[in-house]
Design a protein around this ligand. Structure first.
Ligand SMILES: Nc1ncnc2c1ncn2[C@@H]1O[C@H](COP(=O)(O)OP(=O)(O)OP(=O)(O)O)[C@@H](O)[C@H]1O
Ligand SMILES: [Mg+2]
Length: 331
């Protein structure tokens, strides 16, 4: 618990109605609780004091109102997602970390870059197995650059009406051209499949050609991220349209250890998060699977009325995860 003097000061600032002093004293209490390793309490207090979400971007309502729609069915072609994660929430390979830092720098200093007649990197391709951070990292880029995070609704973009998919793509590119955003084309393979695919037909060729043309001509204000976990079926010509191509791999031992420390932040554990025996339990699992397992283990700890997470909670959760994976494979 915070010291008596601080509590007195806090109540006094509330009664006197001085918001600046109230914030200062609250921040001091949070600092003290953190020093005492009461991370869960400190996190909760921070959420109450600052709110849970990042600053809203200017003109968000205006952007929402202008989201293009499919002419045949009236479906919105994109949606704006509120970023809730920050850079400290993701575990990245050294290589990806350095590329992303460089992108932040280029975007933060875009005026200098522009003054030399250059453009900040604006087309990135993220590929790799499911659950390894492609969508999460896109969201974090939006959050760090304080830009709206727009996700393309692939299912709305792809239309059974002839020529409509290409028309939808044009609408998206027109929209993102003038409004700075981070735009995620998830499941990008659906739009950029190898044109000589066995099941190929004229419409697919038309769509891929439109994507290539749009990407080549793009000189807009947004940063485009295309993500896929089926990179092998991407058309060969697509790859060179991207300035940076980032591979998101399954975590190795070192990354599992880092992931444990990120995901168990604020949780009291009976083991150390860099215990190699604990990390080894998660070998061969994706980041998302590890996170799901840890969430289950923490819930088990809470429901058992215990305050410390034990290896037994983790082992039990892992068993359930294995059963889940088996069922998914058989379904
Ligand atoms: N590298 C990572 N660091 C921290 N957490 C991660 C990481 N990768 C995944 N996660 C966790 O797993 C969740 C799912 O990950 P994400 O949606 O980014 O995967 P993805 O690579 O986009 O998968 P898919 O190919 O299926 O779309 C994230 O919201 C996050 O909680
Ligand atoms: Mg994804």
């Amino acid at each position: 618990m915070a010291r008596g003097t601080l509590l007195r000061q806090l109540i006094k600032t509330g009664v006197q109605g001085s918001p600046d002093d109230f914030r200062r004293v609250s921040e001091q209490i949070i600092r003290e609780e953190r020093q005492k390793q009461h991370h869960l309490l400190a996190n909760d207090l921070e959420k109450i004091l600052y709110g849970n979400v990042a600053k809203p971007y200017p003109g968000l309502n205006r952007i929402q109102d202008k989201i293009p729609t499919d002419s045949e069915r009236g479906l919105p072609l994109m949606f704006i997602k509120e970023p809730v994660h920050q850079l400290e929430d993701v575990v990245l390979s050294e290589e990806n970390e350095s590329v992303i830092e460089q992108i932040f720098l280029e975007h933060r200093r875009c005026d200098v870059i522009k003054s030399y007649g250059l453009r900040s990197a604006d087309k990135l391709l993220f590929y790799g197995p499911p659950g390894c951070g492609k969508t999460l990292t896109s969201e974090i880029i939006a959050s760090e650059l304080n830009l709206p995070f727009a996700v393309v609704r692939i299912e709305s973009v792809i239309s059974s009406y002839l020529g409509e998919t290409a028309a939808n793509l044009r609408k998206i590119f027109d929209f993102i051209d003038s409004t700075p955003m981070i735009v995620l084309f998830d499941e990008f393979d659906a739009l950029a499949k190898e044109r000589s695919d066995a099941g190929d037909h004229g419409e697919l060729k038309r769509v891929v050609n439109t994507v290539l043309q749009m990407m080549d001509a793009y000189m807009g204000k947004s940063l485009i991220i295309a993500a896929t976990n089926h990179e092998v079926i991407l058309d060969e010509a697509i790859w060179r349209r991207f300035e940076e191509v980032l591979l998101f791999e399954m975590p190795d031992q070192d990354h599992i250890t880092k992931l444990l420390s990120v995901k168990l932040r604020g949780v009291r554990c009976e083991f150390s998060t860099d215990d190699i025996d604990v990390a080894q339990l998660f070998n061969g699992m994706s980041h998302a699977d590890i996170e799901r397992t840890l969430r289950r283990a923490i819930k088990d700890m809470i429901l058992c009325g215990q305050e410390f997470l034990r290896k037994t909670h983790i082992k039990k959760a892992l068993e359930r995860e294995k059963t889940r994976q088996r069922r998914l494979k058989n379904s």
